[in-house]
Design a protein around this ligand. Structure first.
Ligand SMILES: *Cc1c(COP(=O)(O)O)cnc(C)c1O
Length: 211
């Protein structure tokens, strides 16, 4: 973790765009270093790994934890208990389960719905048509706050192709009147900003290569 790297990126991005520091694969000490220079949002993709760091860092009350990994149904309660944001909600069934567990736990997580904008079989998410047809039902779910959409582009796209997919995500979010788009990673964050991202999920760009 190189603090000057972080500050350089931070100074480059518009003020309406947030950085989510993706700390999966990195140690709690590295989270502390970057937290110390003003970063408070951290993203993790595996519950157990995240929970260990959350225990170590529990005195840093300003930290907001974001879950960005594939959601296993049997982990939903733990995710709801320990994360303020969930970016990777990829089906209506999981969203319903998050809602009912949040009600039981008296929580109200911020939700980004993951959308599937390309055919990449390794990426899940709501197809846009499904999201639109379910939208009324989705809006009626209790104890969740719908914040936006999330997307992960396939690897190896050109800059133009990345931008096109990001713009699709942005216009779908706009049509549903959702303020946020969680899109853009270390390799495509500049296109994501130009396309209307509000949350960049940056791992290796901030922390260096994962070992
Ligand atoms: C790992 C991960 C990131 C960050 O990836 P980098 O290429 O290291 O920036 C962003 N989003 C998700 C969903 C991830 O799993």
């Amino acid at each position: 973790m190189n603090p000057s790297n972080y500050l350089k990126i931070k100074n480059q991005i518009p003020s309406n765009v947030n950085i989510l520091a993706v700390s999966k694969g990195f140690k709690s000490q590295e989270i502390k270093t970057i937290q110390n220079i003003g970063q408070n949002d951290f993203g993790e993709s595996k519950f157990q790994e995240a929970f260990e760091k959350q225990l170590i860092l529990k005195d840093l009350k300003q930290i907001k934890w974001h879950f960005i990994g594939r959601i296993q149904s049997n982990k939903i309660r733990k995710i709801v208990q320990n994360f303020k944001y969930i970016h990777s909600v990829d089906s209506f069934e999981k969203l319903q389960k998050i809602s009912s567990i949040s009600y039981e736990e008296k929580k109200n997580p911020f939700i980004m719905l993951q959308v599937k904008l390309s055919d990449d079989p390794s990426k899940g998410g709501f197809k846009p048509e499904l999201l639109i047809s379910k939208w009324r039902e989705i809006q009626e779910l209790k104890n969740i706050t719908l914040k936006g959409l999330m997307t992960i582009n396939p690897r190896g796209l050109s800059s133009k192709e990345n931008s096109e997919l990001f713009k699709k995500c942005r216009s779908l979010a706009d049509s549903l009147q959702l303020p946020d788009c969680s899109m853009g990673m270390s390799g495509d964050w500049e296109e994501a900003i130009d396309s209307g991202s509000t949350w960049l999920r940056l791992g290796s760009l901030l922390f260096g290569d994962r070992s």
